[in-house]
Design a protein. Structure first.
Length: 714
């Protein structure tokens, strides 16, 4: 067991003028951050600046670098903070403990590994390593995964990891989040037990173990705990609202001696419960530390007053929170715009056109972002951006047509269109239980002997019980194919087949993938011919590849899920598909405190914008069977006077393919309506009526020459 030798360290002498460099809120934290302190740092309030100046302040006053522990959630944040501290002091504070929870845990465990039965050279397993080990365990335990769709190694790893980070049992997690595997609970628990045993035998830890083993070390070895707690005179924690139960326990133990614990975070930006983050950690901090001081950083350097007014009003609807209102430093700008569109294609066209307008007016594409609640919301917009040759970077996952489940669906449809498509058959057969690569190749040779799908599905294909069972399951779907021709119907047939069970067993984000597929089916509703549909999809996918090569290093606008956008900011932000059932997400509302987290997500999205903010949503979904949407409840909660409603002059007619859009003209004048201020745009995005002003139509009342009128109060 290694000893930690504490040495005296001379104070850094950099003569920082803290009063000049910081505002009053930040200065209060830096100068009075001893003891237990909760710093509620609102969006854009200089959180990182405050933490780094606090560290510099401590070092200047003689605190040894090795007596300071700075915990972050990402390596990027850690490096940025330490680089700023070095810049302030003029030298690197050698010995300071700064890094992510996992990196700090790894460093401590290397020192005390023998105390918990590991060597100092233990291996760290990444997620791929963990999944490989779980696959080996399935074989060792002789788990029969062929009788039904058994959870994949990735899915099992996700369940086991969530349970450990949340401090709950596998049984509880399966019952709450994976009911379809209820009867497998004993098997999953057994797999988890063997997984733990195999890791220990291999002198290995996964990422979760780094925190769990550190907790075990501190709990089981009071001498080590006290030694570390005595060393860390000051503990500072970034993004405290994102900590889970385990991380909060570690922080508490490491700060137990001196009780100088300063946590910085924003309960209004707690949006990671799906990763086992526990908002109660920050909400209960003042109760846990009875003498805790609470600081509020509410001066916002990012957004205009008009944007912050909306953010403040929205988050006030949450009950479980620390009340605070962000105050703007920036000057006044235009109101955020509310844009109801006739349908998803028109919503996409408006966004694309407005992006072009912003770019032409001097806003770089890299300073424009389109945010959405879930990845599948972006599909129609991606197609429109391709059509207009607007380069974009997708964050939070793959571009729509690059996603595995979308490719799976396309391959199913290619079989319907061309029975000889060997590539499609290889992928589709590989999805079936009991059919491997060699078996699939043999089966394809048999398939080549048939001329029509109708003839094929009436004959058994493959040899052996498992392969025959897999073919029988697939043939049920193909039989339905033989009676269908519309692309949308074919997609939904696959989505409701055994393929759904495959997705559920294979992927932790099963529900999101199902949403993707339904969006794909909605997109396909505009097609009557399967060959045309597959051609357009193929060209679209190829275009995406060519687009990467063509644009090279050219700047791109950002498409991102809101979760991926946290911590970032842009001059202009579009938040799209703001309809009930989509945002807030219907499934999330079924979770404990789900509505409040969804509202926090809306708040995070809103506060990403500096100057321009656009809320958009389609009034109807689908093209064959129209579903009328309600605007998101988060929009309905807002005072309409805070936004400027944009009423699009024209609507998108049905299209025969995504790149042959036709427009139907409508002329509007809302002067006699009580819809409030509005801007009316024509199909090119040009303004034809200003807010509260006259009309380009000479005062005519709304007239309809075709399509759907959609003037609406929000």
């Amino acid at each position: 067991m290694k000893e930690i030798i504490l040495t005296d360290s001379p104070a850094f002498d950099s003569n920082i003028d803290y009063r000049k460099e910081l505002n009053e809120e930040q200065l209060a934290v830096v100068e009075n951050g001893d003891g237990a302190c909760l710093v509620l740092a609102g969006a854009g309030s200089g959180k990182t600046r405050t933490i780094t100046y606090r560290v510099a302040y401590l070092l200047e006053r003689g605190v040894a670098p090795q007596n300071i522990l700075l915990l972050t959630f990402t390596n990027k944040a850690s490096k940025e903070m330490l680089a700023r501290v070095e810049s302030l002091l003029g030298t690197y504070p050698k010995g300071l403990w700064g890094g992510t929870f996992h990196s700090v845990a790894n460093r401590i465990l290397r020192m005390y590994a023998d105390a918990i039965g590991f060597t100092q050279n233990f291996t760290i397993l990444d997620s791929e390593d963990s999944e490989s080990l779980i696959k080996t365990i399935l074989k060792e335990l002789q788990v029969d995964t062929s009788e039904r769709r058994f959870p994949s190694a990735s899915k099992l790893n996700s369940i086991l990891s969530y349970a450990r980070n949340a401090g709950r049992s596998v049984k509880q997690i399966v019952e709450e989040k994976h009911e379809q595997f209820f009867d497998l609970i004993p098997t999953i628990e057994r797999i988890g037990d063997v997984y733990e045993l195999r890791k220990r035998q291999a002198d290995a830890m996964d990422f979760d173990d780094l925190l769990i083993r550190l907790r075990d070390l501190l709990v089981q070895n009071p001498v080590v705990r006290d030694r570390l707690a005595m060393q860390f005179e000051y503990v500072l924690v970034d993004e405290y609202q994102d900590t889970n139960v385990l991380q909060a326990q570690l922080i508490n133990m490491l700060a137990s001696a001196h009780k100088n614990i300063l946590v910085v975070g924003d309960d209004a930006q707690s949006i990671y419960s799906f990763r086992a983050a526990e908002i109660k950690n920050i909400l209960s901090f003042p109760d846990q530390y009875g003498s805790a001081k609470t600081f509020r950083l509410v001066t916002n350097y990012r957004s205009s007053p008009e944007i912050l007014n909306i953010a403040n009003e929205s988050i006030h609807n949450n009950k479980n929170q620390f009340k605070k209102d962000l105050m703007a430093v920036r000057g006044s700008s235009e109101k955020p715009q509310l844009v109801p569109a006739a349908n998803a294609p028109q919503e996409a066209q408006f966004i694309a056109q407005q992006i072009t307008t912003l770019r032409d007016a001097g806003t770089p594409l890299r300073e424009i972002a389109v945010l959405f609640r879930a990845a599948f919301h972006s599909q129609m917009l991606e197609l429109e951006l391709m059509r207009r040759d607007l380069p974009y970077e997708y964050r939070g996952g793959l571009k729509f047509f690059e996603r595995a489940h979308i490719k799976d669906l396309v391959m199913h449809l290619r079989i319907k269109a061309n029975l000889k498509d060997e590539v499609a058959w290889m992928r589709v057969l590989g999805l079936q239980t009991g059919i491997g690569l060699v078996t699939a190749q043999k089966m394809i040779q048999q398939i080549h002997g048939f001329e029509t799908l109708e003839e094929l599905v009436e004959h058994p294909i493959g040899s052996g019980a498992r392969a025959s069972a897999g073919w029988k399951t697939l043939s049920m779907t193909l039989k339905k194919f033989s009676q269908q021709s519309l692309p949308a119907d074919l997609i939904r047939t696959v989505a409701s087949s055994d393929y759904r069970a495959y997705l559920e067993a294979e992927y932790p984000d099963f529900n999101d993938r199902c949403e993707d597929i339904e969006q794909f089916a909605v997109f396909a509703e505009q097609y009557k011919d399967l060959t045309t549909f597959l051609t357009d999809v193929s060209l679209t996918a190829d275009y995406g590849i060519l687009d990467e090569e063509t644009h090279g290093d050219e700047e791109r606008l950002i498409l991102s899920t809101i979760h991926q956008a946290k911590g970032l900011e842009w001059d202009a932000v579009f938040i799209m598909n703001l309809v009930d059932g989509k945002f807030p997400n219907g499934r999330a509302l079924e979770e404990r405190d789900g509505l409040e987290e969804e509202r926090r997500l809306f708040y995070v999205a809103t506060t990403r914008a500096r100057k321009f903010l656009y809320y958009t949503y389609p009034l109807v979904s689908g093209t064959e069977s129209l579903l009328f949407n309600q605007p998101s409840m988060f929009l309905q909660e807002l005072d309409p006077a805070m936004m400027e409603e944009v009423k699009l002059k024209r609507e998108v007619a049905k299209t025969t393919s995504w790149n042959t859009t036709e427009w139907d003209s409508s002329t509007w004048d809302s002067s006699d309506s009580d819809d409030g201020p509005a801007i009316v745009l024509d199909d090119l995005g040009e303004e034809v009526k200003s807010a509260g002003g006259g009309s380009a139509s000479g005062g005519k009342k709304p007239q309809k020459t075709g399509g759907i009128s959609f003037l609406r109060d929000v």
